[in-house]
Design a protein around this ligand. Sequence first.
Ligand code: KG4
Length: 332
Amino acid sequence: MLVLGVESSCDETSVAVVRDGKEVLSNVILSQIDIHKKFGGVVPEVASRHHVYQVAMVFDEAFKKALVKPEDIDVVAVTEGPGLIGSLLVGVNAAKTFALVFDKPLIGVHHLAGHIYANAIEHEMKFPAIALLVSGGNTELIYMRDHFKFEILGETHDDAVGESYDKVARVVGLPYPGGPAVDKLAHEGKVTYNLPKPYVDGYNFSFSGLKSAVINLNHNLEQRHEEVNKEDLCASFQDSVSEVLVNKTFKAAREYKVKQIIVAGGVSANKGLKERFMAENKDGFEICIPSIRYCTDNAAMIAVAGYYQWQLCPEKRSLDMNADSSLELESK
Ligand code: KG4
C-alpha cells in the first residue's frame, strides 16, 4: 500500500511516499530555518507564506524521487494539527486538493502520533510502550497499551524542552534552532554550573525555571565582567534536562511494565539524551530512537502513522477534516 504523507505544521514543508508503512520511497523536506534564523525563531505569517510558495514544488519532487505517479497512491495522510494554523492550512488544503483531483481517500494525522510512528520505519513497535515526546512545542510522557491508544501520563507545565534549548542557545549567542548547537557545545564542556533539576509532580515536567536560572547566571556573570564558559553552561543545562527526562521515562516504564521505550520528536536527535538513556538502562528496556532524519519534522512519519491509522481508525477518513492548531492527542 502506498501512502502519500504531507507535513506543514511549523517551518518544514514536507511530502513523502511510503510503501507499507516501512519503505520510504521519498521524503522531501524543504526547511525554512535559514529564513527564520534572523528572527531567532519561527515567524508564523512568514512560515505560512513560504509553505504556499513551495508546497507544489515539494509534491512534484516527492513523486520524482519515489518514481511513482499520483495515480499509484492508495491513501493521502496529512498533519491536521497541532501546529501553526496558517502553516497547517497550507498542507491540509494541498492534500485535500490532491485527494479530490485523484479521487483518493484522505486521513488527518496528529503531528505527535507522526513523531511516535517515525519509529516504526526502523523498528518494530511493541506494546505496551512508553513514549517520551520531546520537540520544539511539546514535552509529553505517553503510555501506549496498543497501536493508537495514547494515554498522556505527564506533560510540561510551561516550556517545551526544545523551546528551552532554543532560548538557552540565544542567551549564549548560538544560532536558531539552538538544540543541535547546545548539544555540540555540551560535549566539549563539563558540568560545573549548579543548575536546578526540575522534578515537578508525578510525570509532569517544567523547564521555565531551569531556563530562567541559565539566563540569570549569564546575566550575573556579565554584570561582574566575568566570562561565562559556554561549553560548561551547555553541559550543565543538558545534564539537568536529560537527567529529569530519562529518570521519569524509566520510572514510567517500570510502573507500566512496558516492552519498549520510544523517544520521539526533534529533541530525540540530542546525543546527550541518547547517551544517558543507554548508560542508565539498568533494567534492559528496548529503547527505540529514530535516525536523525526522522527525528525532526518530516512527512515520512506522517505517512507511516497514516498507514496504521488507515487500518485501525476508519472513522478518521474524511475530506471534511480540518486543520486544528490545538488538536489533542486522543486518549483511548
Ligand atoms: O520536532 P521538531 O522538528 O519540531 C516541532 O514539532 O517542534 O523539533 C524542533 C526542536 C527545536 O526546538 C530544536 O532546537 C530541537 O528540536 N532539536 C534539538 C536537537 N535537534 C533539534 N534539541 C536538542 N538537541 C538536538 N540535537
